[in-house]
Design a protein around this ligand. Structure first.
Ligand SMILES: *Cc1c(COP(=O)(O)O)cnc(C)c1O
Length: 472
């Protein structure tokens, strides 16, 4: 029985009927961030192939993937150079480790390339398999740094509510998603959260600039509450991604930077989404003029073609860490195949000037089209920076009101998007996009048209079902 089923699975192609794939998926596959029983009722959507910005499912439907997968396929789908790089590396050296005084060419080359690309003196690379792992590394890394520097009491890490830093015990604790903390005993000790700089949702009657300063100064108050001798680091996404693409007021980051400098608190910029062109420059820290001590990268590093993450660390931290044995590492730190894929991805991004073109030429076009969605009766605001944007769904846009049931409104909108051949993702009453950087003008037009149509249909359904109730 068992072996028969495995034989079937080994031959799964897009020729197998969708209903069979759905039944097999429901039988044995536990999905992340998914209610399994609900999924069994609706049937999973099976994606079978992709090219450029378009996905195809097992029924032959196509979708414009305005999310670039999970914010990661910066280069777009279907670049065979990356497949070739992986195959070449697998033949030459499929695996080798970086523990115990050994290394290999892809890990060496990529570390040097990243040191060239990264801003300031983020010249040192500690590899991980993902963003979650890299942020778990960061927790131990900054605490070890302070201990080695003679300040073992500096252990507390301050983060923000509604931040996303990954899903492991440490990175999930750094994150500020309360529904995640509710499961499995998070957060771990010595991690604390301040409020997010979300002016549209939480600013009330205060202007954005003043609000940005207020929210930044929560960090100062937290540091003073614990004492600067106990605070190791502050971690934040330059622009929150999974929290709803929340672009902070322009006063926010300069004040955060001042506070970190003044109180000798390390600044960790989680650039897992904002890295590799997402905001129009190579790194969000450049776009927003931030000077982090540690930077988390993953996702766009390989454009999602292989799993890889890393912590980039400045020279001062590296010098101290190199003075001890940092008893930390993963079997797949600097995996050769993933590093080879990353190198090829970075080569193409650079040589084809994809980030430059996306930032200088396509981003203004995308911004114009995206911001025109703010004219839709269901949209409270439309904001975007580079190739990452969001709209707020609102039943009463004059008052920046939220839907009483904003999860439901978002879910309806996501479904309407799919029905119109568009993938957008709902987050707490916002719809977010993060398209591949190679998206063309025509495809941007399609994105905006499909989004508008989906919004119309969402509004009709919300009116039909009497879901217009708002909260302020
Ligand atoms: C996705 C994400 C992570 C986690 O990365 P994984 O590769 O999913 O573990 C961490 N930080 C941010 C900002 C992310 O968006």
């Amino acid at each position: 029985m068992k072996s028969g089923r495995i034989a079937v699975l080994a031959h799964i192609t897009n020729h197998m009927p969708t209903s069979e794939l759905q039944a097999l998926d429901a039988a044995h596959h536990l999905h992340p961030f998914t209610n399994g029983n609900e999924l069994k009722n609706t049937g999973v959507r099976v994606i079978t192939r992709a090219d450029g910005v378009m996905l195809t499912d097992s029924d032959g439907n196509t979708y414009l993937d305005a999310m670039a997968g999970l914010w990661c396929v910066n280069l777009g789908y279907g670049r065979s150079e990356l497949a070739d790089a992986a195959a070449r590396q697998m033949r030459e050296l499929p695996y080798s480790n970086t523990f115990f005084q050994t290394s290999h060419v892809p890990a060496i080359s990529l570390a040097n390339r990243l040191a060239e690309l990264a801003p300031h003196d983020l010249n040192n690379v500690f590899y991980a398999g993902s963003g979650s792992e890299a942020n778990d590394t960061n927790i131990r890394l900054v605490r070890t740094y302070w201990a080695e520097a003679g300040k073992p009491e500096k252990k507390i890490i301050i983060s923000r509510h509604n931040a996303y830093h990954g899903s492991a015990m440490g990175s999930g604790s750094l994150g500020g998603m309360s529904y995640m903390h509710a499961q499995g005993g998070l957060p771990i000790d010595n991690i604390h959260h301040i409020d997010q700089p979300y002016w549209y949702g939480e600013g009330g009657d205060v202007g954005p600039d003043e609000f940005g300063l207020e929210r930044a100064r929560q960090l100062e108050r937290k540091i003073l509450e614990f004492g600067q001798d106990r605070v190791a680091a502050f971690i934040a996404e330059p622009i929150q991604g999974a929290g709803g693409v929340i672009i902070p007021p322009k006063t926010y980051w300069p004040e955060i930077q001042r506070i970190c400098n003044q109180y000798n608190v390390l600044l960790i910029a989680d650039e897992v989404i904002t890295g590799f062109g997402r905001t129009g420059r190579w790194f969000g820290s450049e776009t927003l003029d931030i000077k982090p001590d540690v930077m988390t990268i993953a996702k766009g590093l390989t454009s999602g073609y292989a799993p890889l993450g890393a912590s980039l660390v400045n020279d001062r931290i590296a010098e101290v860490l190199n003075g001890c044995e940092f008893a930390h590492g993963y079997t797949y730190c600097g995996h050769p195949v993933c590093c080879a894929v990353a190198l090829e991805n970075l080569r193409i991004l650079d040589e084809e000037k994809i980030i430059e073109r996306a930032g200088r030429i396509m981003a203004p076009y995308l911004k114009e089209k995206w911001e025109s969605l703010a004219e839709h009766p269901l949209v409270g605001e439309a904001t975007i920076i580079g190739h990452m944007g969001s709209i707020a769904l609102s039943p009463d846009k004059q008052n920046r009101a939220r839907f009483a049931n904003d999860e439901e409104a978002g879910t309806i909108c996501r479904r309407k998007c799919y029905e119109n051949g568009l993938i957008m993702r709902p987050v707490h009453g916002r719809m977010v996009i993060s398209p591949p950087l190679i998206i063309t003008e025509d495809e941007i037009d399609q994105l905006a048209e499909r989004a508008w149509k989906a919004l119309d249909q969402t509004r009709s359904q919300i009116l039909d079902e009497g879901l217009m109730k708002s909260v302020h």
